[in-house]
Design a protein around this ligand. Sequence first.
Ligand code: GTP
Length: 301
Amino acid sequence: MGASGSGKTSMRSLIFSNNPASLTARLGATIDVEQNHVRFLGDLVLNLWDCGGQDSFMDSYLTTQRATIFKQVGVMIYVFDVETREMGKDLEYYRDCLAGLQQYSPDAAIFLLVHKMDLVREPRLTAFQRKKQELQDASGDAVISVLGTSMYDESLYKAWSNIVHTLIPNAAILTKHLQTFAGACNATEVILFERTTFLVIASSSPTPTSLDTSLELEGTTGIPKLDAKRYERTSELIKAFKHSCSRVREEFRSLEMELYDFTAVLDEMTRNTYVMVIIHDPTIEIAAVKLNIRLARRKFE
Ligand code: GTP
């Protein structure tokens, strides 16, 4: 949900259709609702509704289509253009949508994206905090997550990984299995990515890190600091790399990197996921990690 031009279709095309940001300027306005089905992890299908934001459509969602739009919602993602001149109107529609959601899907999670953060000229954090406060005030008692995003950096992956994480029914079990797997490989960290979007599904890190920018993990045994943005940067880089592979008609399958202080192995885990194993122990052989991944496949499938 969100006003016309706020960037909903652009983010959908970037994350789910693997198009580059430069192509989004050509997208036309969405007419009514466009539905996408994205297969995620075996039988789990993400049913994504992109609701065109022009006033006439919004009015129809809130009246005649109200039950259709707001019934059985898992997550409502409301996109706000940070530079909008019509915040008053945006907030009015947002409040109406919130009421619709509370009526038909009271358990749905709510994510508010303050989008196009790249356009902000004042310090970004200040602008974001101000918007966040405004949105919190408009949300009353509703539990909301507010995230700043831009299609030109990794913040969009971070937000969408967060969103998808809340929809995965067995995320905690996945994390536990990844921790066992990390232990077996003597790995610092193991991360599971969805195959087409490269969004982070789960990781072996003790907290769902993942998903919190403020967090910087520092090992107690001399392991260097892990960058707080490592997951989103990886998603972004691998997707760009996959895009380059497809341009020369090659298919991306796996990746191994041996760097000065760590080794990274990225390989297929299941039909719908990739796993990335990060190792700081120089005595661990890449071949052994790849063998472990092969052996673990059946468990994760
Ligand atoms: P409707 O389909 O009418 O509801 O609009 P929409 O919300 O789907 O907007 P759309 O995705 O078509 O985006 C409108 C414009 O915003 C496009 O020209 C995009 O290139 C631009 N845009 C999207 N995301 C960003 C962003 O993060 N930063 C900047 N600067 N522009 C963006």
